[in-house]
Structure formats: structure tokens, C-alpha cells
Design a protein around this ligand. Sequence first.
Ligand code: NAD
Ligand code: DAU
Length: 353
Amino acid sequence: MSSQDSRKRIAVTGGAGFIGSNLLLHLVPRYPGYLFVNIDCLTYAGNMGNLTTIETAENYRFEKVDICEFEALRACFDKYEIDSLIHLAAESHVDRSITGPAAFISSNIGGTFNLLELARERTANGRPFRFHHVSTDEVFGSLGKTGYFTEQSAYRPNSPYSASKASADHLVRAYHKTYGLEVVTTNCSNNYGPYQFPEKLIPLMIRNAISGKPLPVYGDGKQIRDWLYVQDHCKALDLVFHEGKAGETYNIGGHNEIENIEIVTSLCRILDEILGGEPRKKLITFVKDRPGHDRRYAIDPTYIKEQLGWEPKHTFDEGLRKTVQWYLDNEAWMESCTSGEYQKYYETMYANR
Ligand code: NAD
Ligand code: DAU
């Protein structure tokens, strides 16, 4: 970078994934005075096709780098003189963490450790470095029929995925307490919306329902997740990155607690309305449950609302209809995700359920 270039330089890891893409599509046009460097190694979940509308933007660059590779990461941080980070890169799918936890340990714990070390190195000469760690509500484990996760909730992760994210959260906290690194952590509930990889509940059910395939609901389908439209999450990330207090954590959620079976039924109803044909509800098939399946998640977002004034804009019904329409309008995108490796994944994950 030229020494004349005094722009803020923000690395966004995992920028080719679901939330990362939505975040960059929000940030790049909004902050022309910053430089955004998308650092992503393009696992199965990374898709450069998500970013075509910003790929030639003057304030955007892409670097194919694995966060587990310390020297490559350092070269990238040096090249762009990175001074802040929004860290989203992670293995993110709970079912994959059950069948193959190793990648979750390397990327989610080892990768986060590398980024923290780099940030520490960059602050050695007294330079500021802001580290925003993007985490999940799954670190808090499972709720009973009542109650909410707050910023004070105890950590009780139950899957290899959530345990790896919890470990990363603890490392981030330790780097603040021990080295004074300027960190903020956000713990968000289940996101849905455009560009979500079709291994996750909502896009998987939309895809199967469109093509008349069974809709595999785990266990009794009465598990509860707290759903948030991805663009509402991105606005919260923007706010916390800019205004969140160093050392604080913020829970992000939209008070949308819904049973899985209700979501699948709603998706069938929306698709029936748009496409007509036989009622898709009859495709619902109850299958073997996920081991260690958390029963209920629910976020209390009072703190972020009171401190930073954040509130979600989308109701669940609006968000779900927009999401269904997006997948119907983007068949080629779905095809690009589900040709090749996906078939093998689906077979392994669902054949014996
Ligand atoms: P995703 O799986 O869609 O995308 C992850 C991205 O990270 C991909 O582009 C992938 O290529 C990249 N990546 C993975 N390992 C990497 C590595 N070693 N080096 C570089 N890049 C790597 O995930 P997502 O759903 O967009 O989630 C993003 C972040 O938000 C994750 O940290 C996740 O834990 C967190 N989160 C997700 C949700 C949700 O509902 N999806 C909710 C709360 C928090
Ligand atoms: O809560 C935040 C978390 O939400 C994020 O940290 C994770 O990265 C993200 O993947 C998501 O985790 P979940 O396990 O809640 O999401 P998933 O879409 O895999 O499953 C949602 C619910 O639907 C869960 O109770 C399992 C159920 N399910 C899922 C699939 C894929 C089914 O019943 N059938 C399915 O085929």
C-alpha cells in the first residue's frame, strides 16, 4: 500500500460465506473511504459468485488465504497494513462438526489464535488494532422451556462446533484482559436469507420442496431456534464494529422463537402459494435426531438495544417470503452449490437417518 493512503483498512475473514458476503455487500458501498480486504480460503461454503456486484469496487480486495496459515496471513496483513478485523471465517455447520470435528478445531480455534497473535504483533509499537470476533449463541448451550441467553449466561457448548466457537470466544477475551487488545465479540442467533449454503435448515428445505424430495425434520421437530434475517445481523455488526465498547460482548437476536416443524410447514405453504401443485407438506419426513441436539435457543437483545439502539427491521414472515423468492430467482446459484461434492455430503448425512 502507498504510504499516502491513509484509509482505514479492514480485513473481513470469511467474506465469501453466507454472512460475510451479505456483510461486504452492505459495507463496501456504504464506506467508500475504507479499504476492505476479504480473506477467505474458499472452502465448500465460500462462493465468489456472491460478490460479483462489488468485486471491482475501488475499496475492495480479495485474498485467498487460509487463516490456519500464519505466514500467509501475516504477509496479507503487511501488504494492506490492516488496522482492524471483522472475523467471520469458520467451519459453521453443526452436523459436519459431529461427523468430522478436526477442521472445526483448526479453523475456529487455531485460525482465531493466529489472527489474535497477528493483531498483538501489530499493536506492539502502540498502534491501535480493533478485533471484532463474530460468534454464536450456541456457546451458551440449550435452554429449557423458559428463559433467555444474556451476556451473563454461562458457557455450556454441546457440539464440537459450539465448543470450538466457545474456545475462540475465550481466547479473544483473554487477549483483551492479558494484552489489552481492543476486542468486541458478538453472539448471534440463527441467521437466514440470501446466499446461505443449502446444508442449513431453511435453504435445504426450500431446495428439497421445489424438487419434490423428502423434507428431513430431525427428531420431533419441536426444537426452537431464534431466527434473524441476515441483513439485520449485518447492520448490528456494522454498529458494534464502529461503536461497541472494547472488551464487551453483545447478544444479537430478533425475538423470533420458532419450532423447526413450524418453519418447514410455513415454507411449504409459501411455495404452494407461489408455485401451485400438490401440497408440499406431505413431503415432511421425521428422521433420526441430531446427536446432542440443543432443544431451545432464545436471545435477550436488551443490551445491544439499550447501548447501541439496534433493532431488527424484518418480521419473520417478511424475511421468510423474501428468502423463498430469492432462492426461486437464483436457481443457478443453488445449482452451483449443489453440483459435485454436495451430492456426496447429502448421501452421507441423510441416507441412514
Ligand atoms: P459459512 O460456512 O457460510 O461461511 C464461512 C466462510 O469462512 C466461507 O466463505 C469459508 O470459505 C470461510 N472459511 C472457513 N474456514 C476458513 C479458513 N480456515 N480460512 C479462511 N476462510 C475460511 O458461515 P456463516 O454462516 O456465514 O457464518 C459466519 C460466521 O458467523 C461464523 O463464524 C459463524 O460461527 C458465525 N455465526 C453464524 C450464524 C448462522 O446462523 N449462520 C449465526 C451466528 C454466528
Ligand atoms: O444459533 C446460531 C447457529 O445457527 C450458528 O452458529 C451456526 O453456524 C448455524 O449453522 C446455525 O446452527 P443450527 O444447528 O441451529 O442450524 P441448522 O440450520 O443446521 O439447523 C437448524 C435446526 O433445524 C436445528 O434444530 C436442526 C434442524 N434441522 C436441520 C437440518 C439441516 C433439521 O431438522 N433437518 C435438517 O435437515
